[in-house]
Write a protein that binds this ligand. Structure first.
Ligand SMILES: C[S@@+](CC[C@H](N)C(=O)[O-])C[C@H]1O[C@@H](n2cnc3c(N)ncnc32)[C@H](O)[C@@H]1O
Length: 484
């Protein structure tokens, strides 16, 4: 029987490469090492609990950010009172997500492969947090832009306080370049966009939306110079339409001036501006990205991206304490055919949505199709129809057969990297994972795969098989029906 029951999807976790993923900051140790921090640290009221700080005290959160940047990243940093104070673990997640995008192989690299990674931080703020983190963690170079005097002055001060990074970071005043421009989108590609990580080989189609001229100041056009190329842009946009809407989160105090938090039309308008500019600068960036604060806005923005004809959209959810935030990324570069590689970063969960399913197809039919797909790949499957889950086991031999078959559909380049790996690593005997199917609403099903042993060196096979599953299900249940 088809269940309408919704099941809880696991919350997103901190990025595995985030320095704090295994071990959160030790406030007790930091207080001992940095006397200026110690007045803000108090012991836990619970026996055996960890020391904490008063998250509603701006001075405490600012001092925490200062010592984390200094202690863990070797970065000297400060911001004046009231400016937006970033939390280092949260901001690091966005940097690592971009790192994943850049290494994902979904789109080709720029021609000169020895080029260092170069990013553009739109609205870098007084805190200049993304350039400082990207440069100190990964050696990336950045242009950080902003429009307020305070942000520009303090971003520059923060760069100058770090001579070891200052060569890597340029702060640009976006006011110097504000102008209006005629936008003539070139022929582009239409994506199959969804609210979960998805990519599709692009077809060459004219964009549906023809933009005329901008009434709002640009964020990238003009600020980016004619001959410049960037690997990515990133942005933590002003989220709110008014300072009243911004309000105050009683649980934390991260500061933030109206200029930092508010923009006419809120984040939707700001990110729309980035999208508009990306149409013009489609060849100057490999990836365009932005943070998004509201899921409803994410949906609207994904639709806009479809309209302007991007070739690829990716989304992710960031852990931000109690608050959800999303990452939105897009590109106009054609997706590489063999972009599904076995050597993708280890990821123990994958998910995708099937949307627009016909009435007769629900969770039950999708679960059966998942089972058939893995059986056809030689796996042993055990279906649990009561919890809408299929357990999948692939033996080492079966994986070997898949690899010998060329995993032709999985990406040739990766095979050699797998075979190299196999000489170095002791492979486990089998690959175990389960795939769950959740009916989100009539016509929309979420498919989620979870690897049982996340450090399995064969997790790349899991990722690749899962991508193939997505392709097969979309083909059978979504695309064919659309075409018919
Ligand atoms: C939410 S703050 C982000 C600051 C910092 N990146 C962070 O994550 O903490 C948004 C920033 O965007 C800046 N901003 C607003 N309009 C802009 C524009 N047209 N170009 C560049 N920056 C802009 C604001 O001044 C503010 O510093």
């Amino acid at each position: 029987m088809q269940s309408k029951k919704r099941r809880r999807v696991d919350p997103p976790t901190i990025h595995p490469r985030n320095r704090y993923s295994e071990k959160p900051p030790d406030f007790g140790l930091l207080a001992y090492l940095y006397p200026s921090f110690s007045p803000y640290v108090f012991p836990s009221s619970r026996p055996g609990g960890r020391p904490s700080i008063d998250w509603t005290d701006f001075n405490a959160t600012r001092e925490l950010t200062r010592v984390l940047l200094l202690h863990d990243h070797g970065v000297n940093w400060w911001i004046p009172d009231r400016q937006l104070c970033p939390t280092v673990p949260n901001r690091s997640n966005y940097i690592h997500w971009i790192e994943d995008l850049l290494s994902s192989d979904l789109i080709p690299a720029w021609d000169c492969s020895d080029r260092k990674v170069r990013g553009f931080d739109i609205g870098t703020g007084a805190n200049c947090i993304y350039p400082l983190l990207g440069a100190s963690l990964l050696g990336w170079s950045f242009v950080g832009s902003d429009v307020t005097d305070a942000a520009l002055e303090w971003a520059r001060k923060n760069v100058e306080s770090n001579p070891h990074l200052s060569e890597l970071i340029e702060i640009r005043n976006a006011n110097d370049f504000l102008c209006s421009a005629e936008v003539k989108p070139k022929s582009g590609k239409i994506i199959e966009g969804e609210l979960f990580a998805e990519e599709k080989e692009a077809e060459s189609l004219e964009p549906k939306l023809v933009l005329s001229s901008f009434s709002k100041p640009h964020v990238l056009v003009g600020v980016v110079k004619d001959d410049e190329k960037f690997d990515f842009c990133m942005c933590n946009p002003p989220f709110f339409e008014s300072i009243e809407e911004a309000g105050l989160n009683p649980k934390t105090s991260c500061g933030g001036t109206p200029e930092e938090l508010v923009y006419p039309g809120g984040e939707q308008a700001f990110v729309t501006q980035i999208i508009n500019d990306s149409v013009v600068l489609r060849n100057s960036f490999r990836w365009f990205t932005s943070m998004v604060g509201r899921k409803a806005n994410l949906k609207v923005l994904v639709s806009k991206l479809r309209e302007v004809g991007v070739s690829l959209v990716k989304t992710t959810e960031f852990v931000q304490g109690q608050t959800a935030r999303w990452g939105l990324a897009w590109s106009f570069i054609a997706v590489k055919k063999s972009s599904i590689a076995l050597n993708t970063p280890i990821k123990s969960h994958h998910s995708f949505m099937l949307e627009g399913l016909q009435r007769q197809f629900g969770a039950f039919q999708i679960l059966k199709a998942v089972e058939s797909f893995f059986l056809a790949n030689g796996a042993i499957c055990k279906c649990d129809f009561s919890s809408f889950l299929v357990n999948v086991t692939l033996s080492n031999d079966q994986i070997g057969d898949l690899l010998k078959d060329g995993l032709a559909n999985i990406g040739g380049r990766a095979i050699s990297s797998m075979s190299n790996t196999s000489t170095d690593l002791k492979f486990p005997k089998e690959l175990l994972f389960h795939v769950s199917v959740f009916e989100q609403s009539p016509g929309t099903v979420l498919v989620r795969g979870s690897l049982l042993h996340k450090d399995n060196p064969l997790s790349g096979v899991f990722s690749s098989l899962f991508s193939r599953l997505e392709e097969a299900l979309k083909n059978d249940f979504v695309n064919k029906l659309r075409g018919s």
